[in-house]
Ligand binder design. Structure first.
Ligand code: FES
Length: 545
């Protein structure tokens, strides 16, 4: 360590603070993390600790193929083993892009040191032609407009440039900002961490203060498991409903709870189903994270739902009420009062029924209310390749009332469970002005996407769930209010189809994908690898030096 120029006196037994960094040029969302790492170090030195920054895998949503989610569990292994193997006293997690935050937290949870998060922060609001545009959400809209011939590719690319004009994560309430908001709501970061823009000097100051705090946490032996209990997860579910957060939060919170050995099940997400939507951010609303920040951010939101929140610990050593006690809302257009919500009962709904015996989810706040109770004939795609090949076929047997069904995109069927659940509207219908249809799959959906989209159907089709048996023309019924998703086909007919059903999984042969397929749990269990659930806090044994 001395070859890095550290003077001898710093090896005096002071707390070693790992700064676990997911910076990478391949993850543009996390491009500001180097600056933040330096600020954390300043705080650690100031408080009498010894900061050591180390890299782990960086998962960039926009670039990784087949999907960054395939590697969330791999990142968690990387984080867990680095923390354990190098030996440190506390750790600061620097994440941002969607899967980096849960992947880092899952790994850290399995070691259970004092742990605190600093998020990359959102990009500045997108600006184009005199108005605000949001990353992700408007891309989906614009791409539908391009498909319908209402926008040129040149205009599309111009909008893309205006959308991406600073460091930071997607500035909509996509998965990255959702996870940052939930981390703050669970008391795992300092207050205001989620919404401060990436390039705001106050974020750098927050990183500095986090460096100071982690040294104190080591002295207080305030490990992750002393902070993070079931009540923190319940608060995260409540907050996720009020912010109109990403459906991806479901698999991430379930997986994290599994690592923490905290009992949490898919049905527990129902505690958020009656919570109203209060934050007016895309994709459920119209503003962006910068607006949310200036309106008061997560502390102001927590104040609005404070009657629902459970007492819960935080990295500051107190109760979550400390986070909102002094907060104020400065813009009621952006953060609505609890009594005057943007939408009522907006939390993620858990669906069950003959098509999803182990559950599925839908995000009503991002759906067309008229479609939340709908019965229609299935237009089925056996896998993503077939969907892409046929969706724009002018002869596709589909009407606006049809239900699009996509198979083969669950954790095993398309390793990583890609964000393809919001299938495009068939071109013929898009040209007629149709912008939403009921869509059902075992896939996930981007946190920036919207529509009446049923996701995470479990068991997935590749595991032989009833989804694998759906055929063109079958009647499917969605009743979100009743929490039902049913395939209206007689049992005898389904039994006959099951006799002839075979898995379709291609041979992945070797490598991480092989390991993933052999061990991944279903979505209702968080899609973690079965052998990673739980934690191991024993000291490293059989040291070689
Ligand atoms: Fe990285 Fe949206 S693509 S945060």
């Amino acid at each position: 360590m001395k070859n890095q120029g550290f003077p001898g006196h710093v090896f005096d037994g002071r707390p070693i603070i790992g700064i676990c960094n997911t910076w990478s040029e391949l993850t543009p969302c996390n491009s500001g993390l180097r600056v933040l790492a330096e600020a954390v170090k300043r705080g650690v030195w100031e408080a009498g600790g010894f900061p050591v920054e180390f890299p782990v895998s960086s998962l960039g949503e926009t670039q990784m193929k087949p999907t960054a989610m395939l590697f969330r569990n791999m990142l968690s292994i990387d984080v867990e083993e680095c923390i354990r193997a190098y030996g440190m006293d506390g750790v600061v997690l620097l994440g941002g892009c969607d899967k980096t935050t849960p992947g880092q937290l899952m790994g850290a949870a399995s070691v259970d040191l004092p742990t605190i998060v600093v998020s990359a922060g959102p990009m500045l609001n997108g600006k184009w032609r005199g108005g605000d545009i949001g990353s992700g959400t408007d891309v989906w809209r614009f791409s539908e407009d391009v498909r319908a011939g209402q926008m040129s590719v040149r205009e599309f690319l111009s909008a893309e440039s205006g959308m991406s004009r600073s460091a930071g994560v997607c500035m909509t309430m996509g998965t990255a900002s959702t996870m940052a908001s939930l981390v703050e709501s669970m008391g795992l970061s300092l207050p205001t961490n989620a919404a401060l823009p990436a390039v705001d000097a106050r974020r750098t100051a927050l990183a500095h203060m986090t460096g100071r705090r982690i040294v104190e946490m080591v002295e207080e032996e305030l490990t992750l498991s002393k902070v993070l209990k079931r009540s923190n997860f319940e608060n995260a579910i409540l907050a996720n409903a009020a912010i109109g957060g990403s459906t991806n939060a479901v698999v991430h919170l379930l997986a994290l709870a599994g690592r923490m050995e905290v009992p949490l099940e898919l049905n527990d997400f129902e505690i958020g189903s009656e919570v109203p939507l209060l934050v007016n951010c895309m994709p459920s609303g119209k503003y962006l994270m910068e607006d949310f920040c200036y309106a008061g951010g997560v502390p102001a939101l927590l104040r609005e739902i404070s009657d629902l929140l459970r007492p819960a610990g935080t990295v500051l050593g107190g109760d979550i009420s400390d986070y909102w006690a002094d907060s104020e809302c400065f813009n009621r257009e952006v953060i609505h009062e609890f009594g005057r919500p943007l939408k009522p009962a907006a939390g993620i709904r858990v669906l069950r029924g003959s098509l999803a015996p182990d559950g599925a989810i839908i995000k009503p706040s991002a759906a067309n209310p008229a479609l939340l109770h709908h019965e229609g004939t299935a237009c089925v795609f056996e896998d993503i390749e077939e969907m892409r090949a046929r969706i724009d076929d002018p002869n596709l047997q589909v009407t606006p009332d049809s239900i699009l069904v996509l198979k083969g995109c669950g954790p095993r069927g398309y390793p990583g469970m890609p964000e393809v659940g919001n299938m495009p509207i068939p071109k013929r219908l898009a040209e007629q002005g149709v912008r939403d249809m009921v869509r059902i799959s075992d896939a996930r959906m981007s946190g920036t996407a919207f529509g009446t989209v049923v996701l995470h159907v479990s068991p997935e089709s590749e595991a032989g769930g009833p989804l694998s048996l759906v055929r063109n023309g079958d009647i499917v019924r969605l009743d979100a209010a009743a929490g039902r998703l049913d395939l209206l086909v007689p049992d005898a007919q389904l039994a006959e189809r099951r006799e002839n059903w075979k898995p379709r999984l291609p041979d992945y042969g070797r490598g991480y994908a092989r390991l993933y397929i052999d061990h991944v749990l279903q979505a209702d269990k968080g899609a973690d690898l079965d052998f990673l659930v739980g934690k191991d806090t024993r000291p490293v044994r059989r040291e070689s030096h």
